[in-house]
Design a protein around this ligand. Sequence first.
Ligand code: ARG
Length: 582
Amino acid sequence: MKRILDIISEKMQQAFVDAGYDASYGRVTVSNRPDLCEYQCNGALAAAKVYKCAPIQIANAVAEKLDANDFSMIDAVMPGFINLKLSDSFLQHYLEAMRTAADFGVEKTGCGKTVVVDYGGANVAKPLHIGHLRPAIIGEALKRLYKFFGYNTIGDIHLGDWGLQMGLIIAELQERQPELCYFDPNYTGEYPAEPPFTLSDLEELYPAASAKKSDPVFAEKAHIATYENQMGRRGYRAIWQHIMNLSLPDLHRLYDLLDVHYEQWLGESDAQPYIPPMVEDLKARGFAVQSDGAWIIPVAEEGDKKEMPPCILIKSDGSAIYATTDLATMVQRMQDWQPDKMLYVTDKRQNLHFEQIFRAAKKSGIVHADTELEHVGHGTMNGADGKPFKTRDGGVLRLEQLIADMTDFVRSKVVENKIVSDSEVDATTAKIALAALKYGDLSNQPTKDYNFDLERFAAFEGNTGPYILYTIVRIKSILARYGSWESLPIQPAANPFAKDLMLAITKLAPCLEAALKTSSPNLICAYIYELAGAVNKFYHETRILGEEDPALQKGYIALIALAKNVLETCIDLLGFSAPEKM
Ligand code: ARG
């Protein structure tokens, strides 16, 4: 379906032509003075310079040519603006077309294209902490948005399961239990099926090992273990497998809580088979060069404003690093999925890393010249005081704890307000808490830092997730009391509040397109906040269930039903859903 602004612009362009002027002056914009008009065209001002006459003269002539059936107001005003209000019938037909089209008539611009969304990036053996919240929920929202536009989408978690953290754990375990068979190089038997540690042991092992990184002897051991594990030393791989077996179910459980779902659970380790042939190829073709015993890919370009260090491919000790696994992962993705685009969502402190690997991948042909590579670098979530989030004892807050805190807070409200019966409390609470958490995050531009404010995010009023849910639930309850509403057609606006609501609904397609183009789920939040406001205004100013004229009432019901469907579609894109009652 065409965007409403394009339809109006085309009509305006035709009017310019009919009045004897060039079509290019007929561009229409949404009014920045909603008190005066809904749309406006300022083309007469520019045309006047070319046609050497007064702008108002052109504006008047063009206004004459517009079809009065399309507009309830066509005003040529000094010095030469054309102010417009849409006619009720035009708007009615546009909304009815939205209502009956698949996905409200939004153009499926991604059909036939594949995009890999690399997000979440959990590291095995380390519990998810609050730093993992943003990439998970921003990535999930962007992936759903791509899917909505018709792209074939592949969400890949790209687990951190291959780097130094593995070597650190192995080295620490060896110090504590050197007698284990995993460390005996002469051991040839099967390794035990049961791990020599539990998940909570692991959660203690890793930070303990990490704290010893500054000890050169221990660090050396950890580096060697990292390298040997990568090279396939049996005992180390067996430990690695134990770590994976313990970590993965836990990660699945946590991402499920967040309603974040991956098509692929690949990790850095899955890139390993691609590394040696890739490195050989890059050396052979001269893209990788030797420097101080390491192999690097120079990526500086003429015109660089800042220093651009080379991309390190293989360290002097022979081990692969973060950039290596990322490049090898691109090789795998190109081979297996031939994506048109790879989109990465991580902390913006990784900007340089992505710039380096993108350049290396492009110049060496690991991806095609037209394969789009995008990094969405997100800002930090700070505490309510604007300082980095810390637990009371100064530690890093676990993601699970953050979710639990939000859930407990919301539950107390649900219970206190007697919103639902006892058996429904948990399910309703989970939905509201998730909306509070996700909307609180996604309503901020991804690149910006923001302050996590549990009470503000969970409020039922204001620009919050629960407020949006509340609006949806309110409509649902009216619809349930009304009865069968699914096939009622849209009617002409019966009052100014209905018209404002209708105008708000028409902005769906441009909003989603802009959100996709700029990787900004916050635009969807801003849109549904405006839409929810228009719904609630309409609700307060209009007797809906009390209306005595059945034809009028049908129109009201059809309109709020469409608003509900649009809101529900949008929150689904953001990654949460509404309960039945609230
Ligand atoms: N595991 C990484 C981290 O914790 C994030 C991975 C992001 N994805 C990627 N392809 N590098 O920082």
